[in-house]
Design a protein around this ligand. Structure first.
Ligand code: GLU
Length: 339
């Protein structure tokens, strides 16, 4: 699943963001990226694949700055490519934004923005958010974000900064989690507690239709109607190990209790009920290849092996392809005939 992590404070942001991305890695994703700024220079780095691939690029480019946002993407709209990875930016590279969730009405918004002269460089739904905020921006970043989000249908957890409003990160959510981490003269934010627990155990859960502004000295929260929100910080008593298990005694227990949320997240935006079809962003780009297939091997282990066994029934029923399911650990010793 996708993840967000942000940092603003006195330390170099990149190592903290990288560490956070690694903590989010267990959720599964297809690409990752970050944007870090020192106030004058902003460095944007994106890569397809594991966080370690991003890390290699980071080692080459060495981004510096005490403010940054980072993301692991699980594609819903557009293939896993560097252009589609987050953060996304506007034409002038002023706004940098990461997003978890789905913008349901992105096509109509995209058409409207293209008519106004905006140029899109990715196939994602997310990119409309950047252009919409740019469209409304007149020096008041929070105002522009609120106006843009009032136009949006769907779910989002977003984090962004604007190069003309330096030293500040804006966060907002509806239907996708975001948690603030309150440190000493530094703030973090993440979509999952275990990405920030190493740095602080004081947290605030943002609620739906709330927006937060972080700078290195303070934070504020308001709702989308501009009413200030005052919320006590929560002290998390877990250490990193327990945070990985979300306070449960065992990973298995944690995963059992997470099932409703996990299924919801997995289906969100991928099942188009009205149209009676599913949309799998990661497969869109290989449609022709899929059509030319004669045989499917599901290669998996553990739970995904069982999912493969079930999928075999479905694929055999819906297609005339022959389907095999095999443990990955055994498949490596096979020599299946090329067809
Ligand atoms: N819908 C967005 C995309 O496809 C965000 C996916 C995610 O939550 O990682 O890029």
């Amino acid at each position: 699943m996708c993840g967000i992590v942000c940092y603003i404070g006195k330390q170099e942001a990149t190592p903290i963001l990288l560490e956070g991305l690694k903590r989010l890695e267990y959720r599964g994703y297809d690409s990752a990226g970050l944007a870090v700024t020192d106030g004058s220079e902003t460095c944007l780095i994106k890569e397809v694949g594991k966080v370690s691939c991003l890390e290699e690029k980071i080692r080459e480019l060495h981004p510096r700055g005490k403010l940054g946002i980072a993301h692991t993407r699980w594609a819903t709209h557009g293939r896993p490519t560097v252009a589609n990875a987050h953060p996304h930016t506007d034409e002038n590279d002023k706004i940098f934004l990461v997003h978890n969730g789905i913008i349901e009405n992105y096509l109509s918004l995209k058409e409207e923005l293209e008519e106004k002269g905006h140029t899109f460089t990715s196939q994602t739904d997310t990119e409309v958010l950047v252009h919409l905020i740019e469209e409304y921006y007149d020096g008041d970043l929070e105002g522009a974000v609120k106006k843009a989000l009032s136009r949006v249908q769907g779910t989002f957890g977003i984090a962004l900064f604007h190069r003309d409003s330096p030293g500040k990160i804006v966060l907002a959510r509806r239907g996708s989690p975001l948690i603030l981490g309150i440190g000493r003269n530094e703030y973090l934010a993440a979509s999952d507690i275990n990405a920030l627990i190493r740095y602080t155990n004081k947290v605030i859960h943002l609620k739906d239709n709330e927006l937060a502004v972080l700078n290195s000295a303070e934070y504020s929260i308001s709702d989308f109607q501009d009413r200030e929100v005052v919320r006590e910080t929560e002290t998390i008593e877990w250490d990193q190990g327990a945070a990985d298990k979300k306070g449960f005694e065992h990973f298995m227990l944690k995963e059992i209790f997470e099932q409703p949320e996990t299924v919801k997240n997995a289906l969100r935006g991928r099942i188009l009920e009205g149209e009676g079809v599913s949309r799998l962003g990661g497969l869109e780009g290989v449609l022709d290849l899929l059509k030319s297939m004669e045989k499917i091997h599901f290669i998996s282990c553990g739970t995904s092996y069982y999912a493969g066994l079930l999928a075999r029934y479905i694929f055999e029923k819906l297609t005339d392809l022959s389907v095999e399911v095999e443990y990955a650990s055994e498949f490596r010793y096979r020599f299946p005939a090329a067809q």
